[in-house]
Design a protein around this ligand. Structure first.
Ligand code: G
Ligand code: G
Ligand code: MN
Ligand code: NA
Length: 253
């Protein structure tokens, strides 16, 4: 309850920020996209992990204002980077099922893109399989988003339900292999087999594929051998504050 009270004021007190984790091209080492990860630094509680405060925000409805803030900030960041000559870096934002279920979710996206004059293809929407349970609503929202031109990825792919059916029906651009599969690809035959299968499935469907939670060189080698396009994880970089990410991008652009 107390934490909820503080979370309610997090936006106005300027306690939220976005950190950015690079997604690295496994063939040439280039960064062409980053994932935005929300951080909350509160005077009383200190740094609260999103795994703690996102569920609270999802329960009490705060996720709508916080989620809109995240989309706004990501677009502001894209505008700032573009003005500094950092172009063609895409930002992926995590979307809660409640946000995605909002009838005007596409307007929130469109308004933010217009406000900061952002090219739609530079914004990526990460949804989880749990956000897609209502087939008709999901399909009509995804179609609207597709028309706007933003990219759509499935986060934590393989951990939810009915994955194959929605791959057939929904206009999806990217699969993100959940880190639980990637973690043991070197030692667990099943994890290796599942990871390979997701990569091959993505290729056959013409989708981009990103492996999450890459921590070791051995995982990079495995993923390269299987022609996985991108990797994300501590091996390359932890999520970085905006300015640090910017300096990294400036040094390579
Ligand atoms: O780094 P990490 O601890 O940042 O994130 C933990 C969890 O919080 C992940 O499942 C991630 O998807 C989620 N998360 C991070 N940022 C956001 C956000 O802006 N919105 C939502 N809905 N979830 C987020
Ligand atoms: O659920 P989602 O995939 O959006 O969340 C990504 C989460 O994974 C974040 O909490 C992020 O900080 C974390 N993360 C990023 N890279 C690594 C990694 O290499 N290993 C582990 N264990 N977690 C990571
Ligand atoms: Mn994510
Ligand atoms: Na994920």
């Amino acid at each position: 309850m107390i934490m909820e009270t503080h979370l309610r004021r997090a936006i106005e007190l300027n306690e939220l920020s976005l950190h950015y984790q690079p997604q690295v091209d496994l063939q040439n080492g280039e960064i062409s996209s980053v994932e935005a990860l929300l951080r909350w630094n509160n005077r009383k509680f200190g740094a609260v992990p999103p795994s703690e405060f996102i569920p609270i925000a999802e329960d009490n409805g705060l996720i709508h204002s916080i989620g809109a803030w995240v989309i706004d900030q990501a677009c502001l960041q894209l505008q700032a980077w573009s003005r500094q000559g950092i172009s063609n870096i895409r930002i992926a934002v995590n979307i809660s099922p409640q946000q995605f279920a909002q009838a005007d979710f596409d307007d929130i996206i469109l308004n933010a893109l217009k406000k900061y004059n952002v090219e739609p293809g530079l914004l990526e929407i990460e949804i989880t399989e749990s956000a897609m349970s209502n087939m008709n609503a999901t399909l009509s929202m995804l179609k609207k988003l597709k028309k706007i031109g933003v990219k759509i990825s499935v986060d934590d792919f393989g951990t939810g339900y009915s994955s194959l059916n929605y791959l057939r029906l929904f206009p999806i651009d990217i699969l993100k292999i959940d880190q639980s599969f990637v973690r043991e690809i070197q030692s667990e035959c099943k994890d290796a087999a599942i990871t390979k299968t997701i990569i091959h499935l993505a290729h056959s469907l013409g989708l981009e594929v990103v492996a999450e939670g890459v921590e070791e060189m051995a995982q990079v080698s495995f993923l390269r051998k299987e022609h996985c396009q991108k990797g994300q994880g501590y091996f390359f970089s932890k999520p970085l504050p905006s300015r640090e990410m910017e300096l990294k991008l400036l040094s390579i652009s």
